[in-house]
Design a protein around this ligand. Structure first.
Ligand SMILES: [Zn+2]
Length: 234
């Protein structure tokens, strides 16, 4: 799927205008510029009905491969329709404040599943990530994941909203991991992704930002004390 293709009918690839979702750092809808098109002589010689063209993201200038169907060599041109973006888009979940390699690895694997629309796999890996997060906070998992999460929320005095989020993630992950339970749909996976962003924000980003803010104040107090050459209450 691409976001838009004009004109939509079978027409010259050279004259089509596309917008797609940039799979690189832009990670957003972008316009693209045609860079490389199939050679019309070769399309005719091999009788190709499916062809590919390479575009440039107008934002980051990286290459994006687009496949077309119903292709036909026409004069000095190749006509086709149904532009399809081959390269999957991976959602962005920033993990700059996550120090644990295991947590990072689980999140990366979960995002890989999401990018290929493997919703059950994504949900299972989100649950695994929660277990790794517990482990990263010295709450080791020997029994059921629910018990581990309970200990984690108790030990860290997490609020009810966080408890609900963690419960929802483990429940959805349970569904993803067991064939006798309801399968995870795209809609549920999208919500799960938002929950995971919130967990990473609350468990890793906020404490890191608070720590940095406190350190800045301590430095500022010290600097002021040095300037005045007298102690200042912290
Ligand atoms: Zn881009």
């Amino acid at each position: 799927m691409v976001i838009s293709e004009h004109p939509k009918d079978r027409s010259s690839i050279d004259h089509k205008e596309l917008s797609v979702h940039c799979p690189y750092d832009c990670n957003m809808p972008v316009g693209v510029t045609l860079i490389s098109i199939p050679d019309h002589n070769r399309v005719r010689r091999h009788g190709l009905t499916e062809v590919g063209a390479v575009y440039m993201c107008n934002g980051c200038k990286k290459p994006i491969y687009i496949r077309y169907s119903n292709a036909l060599s026409s004069g000095n041109d190749v006509h086709a329709q149904d532009a399809f973006q081959v390269q999957r888009v991976r959602p962005v979940l920033k993990t700059g404040n996550v120090k644990s390699k295991n947590v990072k690895r689980d999140i990366e694997e979960a995002l890989d599943c999401y990018s290929v629309e493997a919703w059950n796999g994504f949900a299972s890996l989100c649950r695994r990530t929660i277990q790794s997060i517990c482990d990263d906070h010295d709450v080791k998992g020997k029994a059921k994941v629910e018990k581990q999460v309970q200990t984690f929320t108790d030990n860290y005095d997490l609020d009810d909203e966080m408890k609900e989020l963690l419960k929802e993630i483990t429940l959805t992950g349970h569904d993803g991991a067991h064939p006798h339970l309801p399968a995870v749909s795209k809609e549920r996976a999208e919500k799960l992704f938002a929950f995971m962003q919130e967990i990473v924000r609350q468990v890793y980003d906020l404490p890191s930002m608070l720590g940095a803010s406190k350190k800045l104040r301590v430095d500022a107090v010290k600097e002021k004390a040095e300037t005045k050459n007298q102690p200042v209450a912290a």
